[in-house]
Design a protein around this ligand. Sequence first.
Ligand SMILES: [Zn+2]
Length: 93
Amino acid sequence: MLELLLGVVLAAGATYYVLLPILRPPPEPAADTGSSDEGEDPDDDMSPRAVAFRALKEIEFDRATAAGYCARCGTALETDARYCNSCGARVAA
Ligand SMILES: [Zn+2]
């Protein structure tokens, strides 16, 4: 009976240590030396600021891609072109 109890306690303890970082993430490290250690692994950084930053970069990428080529004929467009130089299609501003 004692061994069973010990096993249950050990199993519960192991489960607790496994779930602890998931259920309760550690607090943000103290900002002691500014931002020297930021961006170490940005893809794994799920802080709201990092997520917003990545989303912003994706939006900029999509915008650049959309402005880069004519949607109708695929001709490369000038940065501030309003109409395609090749087919004359209107380019979304
Ligand atoms: Zn075109």
